[in-house]
Ligand binder design. Structure first.
Ligand SMILES: Nc1nc2c(ncn2[C@@H]2O[C@H](COP(=O)(O)OP(=O)(O)OP(=O)(O)O)[C@@H](O)[C@H]2O)c(=O)[nH]1
Ligand SMILES: [Mg+2]
Length: 343
């Protein structure tokens, strides 16, 4: 055996925290929070059971800002988070960042790149970064991400940022997880050029034209004015908020306090007439609806007789014996028997 190999070496398995440890340490130890979020992403029954007990004993911080950051690859999302979150931490806030892992997209976004771009945050007290799997297998980003938001609130963070790549379905899901949806745009590039769908643009509460520094500054100002006039054609949203546009650069401190004010203005508007509470209640209802659908589906579909029938019907569709409509009719006949047990 080569000398440099230690036969006694065993890879250390991560410590599993007990419920009491989670309760005691969640606000001070990022490892605890990280492990809880991983458990929220897991499909193992033991993890689900453990989280249930966590939700029972821990309380969520109330005055938290939940903010989505989205935009085309390369627009400057990671640099934005690096600069703005550093500013928030210097102002005494605690910040959690949950980038939705873009590796399932065919873009060049990567967590590895982010590690270098969020260098201002590495090792800072009060910052927590945990990439989320986009969890397509579990039916989109929403279930695990909303659990992660809840856990970050239990860990007492003041700001929670969800970062997505801005090209797909995730943005629509993330809109319903956050209070404020910020879309970053390149100076100069039209939105078609940036691959931003009009629907995503219309969901945004705030458009930030990035890289407003050096030679790009004047281009960014023109873009901001163009977007400003485009936004004036958009109708106000259901909370009577008129989306705004502003400049940002991660290279200077020039825009930081302006952005603080934009975010404050949004929250001040949403606090009026209890809008924020109503918005969050509406989101809770959506999560409940989605959750109960998943739960009922899973509980039924794992019953032996139903599972077997689904498999046989699927085979019959493959062999051309049945159309999907015939297969669904047959499944419905089987389900009618259940009515006898659950009135
Ligand atoms: N001049 C200037 N360049 C910037 C600014 N922000 C980002 N960049 C540059 O733009 C490039 C992309 O920045 P990122 O922050 O990695 O962009 P991203 O949106 O996170 O990119 P993906 O993770 O690939 O989707 C990098 O080369 C940055 O240095 C800025 O404010 N000013
Ligand atoms: Mg990035």
């Amino acid at each position: 055996m080569p000398k440099h190999i230690n036969p006694a070496y065993r890879r250390q398995t991560a410590k599993t925290y007990s419920l009491a440890e989670c309760q005691r340490l969640i606000k001070s130890d990022a490892q605890v929070l990280s492990q809880l979020i991983s458990r929220a992403e897991s499909t193992l029954a033991a993890d689900k059971k453990f989280l249930k007990s966590v939700y029972k004993v821990l309380h969520r911080k109330k005055d938290v800002k939940r903010i989505a950051i989205t935009g085309a690859p390369g627009v400057g999302k990671s640099s934005f988070l690096n600069a703005y979150c550093k500013h928030l931490i210097d102002s005494g806030y605690r910040v959690a960042i949950l980038p939705v892992d873009p590796s399932s997209y065919t873009t060049r976004g990567s967590i590895l790149g982010d590690k270098t771009r969020m260098d201002a945050l590495v090792g800072l007290e009060g910052v927590f970064i945990k990439p989320m799997a986009s969890a397509l297998a579990l039916g989109g980003v929403a279930p695990a991400t909303s659990a992660a938001i809840c856990l970050c609130e239990m860990a007492d963070y003041d700001y929670i940022f969800i970062e997505t790549v801005g090209v797909g379905q995730s943005e629509y899901e993330v809109r319903d997880l956050v209070d404020l949806f910020i879309l970053l745009l390149q100076p100069g590039g039209g939105d078609e050029l940036q691959g931003i769908k009009r629907g995503i643009m219309e969901m945004a509460d705030l458009l930030l034209i990035t890289k407003a520094d050096g030679e790009l500054k004047s281009v960014a100002q023109i873009s901001r004015d163009n977007y400003r006039s485009a936004l004036s054609l958009f109708s106000i949203n259901e909370w009577s908020w008129k989306p705004r546009s502003a400049l940002f650069s991660s290279m200077t401190t020039e825009y930081l306090s302006g952005l603080d004010q934009q975010i404050e203005a949004y929250y001040a508007h949403m606090e009026q007439g209890n809008r924020l509470a109503q918005f969050r209640m509406h989101q809770e209802q959506l999560r409940f609806m989605e959750g109960q659908k998943n739960l009922l589906y899973r509980r039924l579909a794992e019953k032996k007789s139903i599972k077997e029938r689904i498999e046989t019907l699927s085979l019959s569709i493959s062999s051309g014996e049945l159309s999907h409509l015939q297969a669904l009719n047959s499944l419905e006949e089987l389900l009618e028997n259940i009515d006898a047990y659950i009135p």
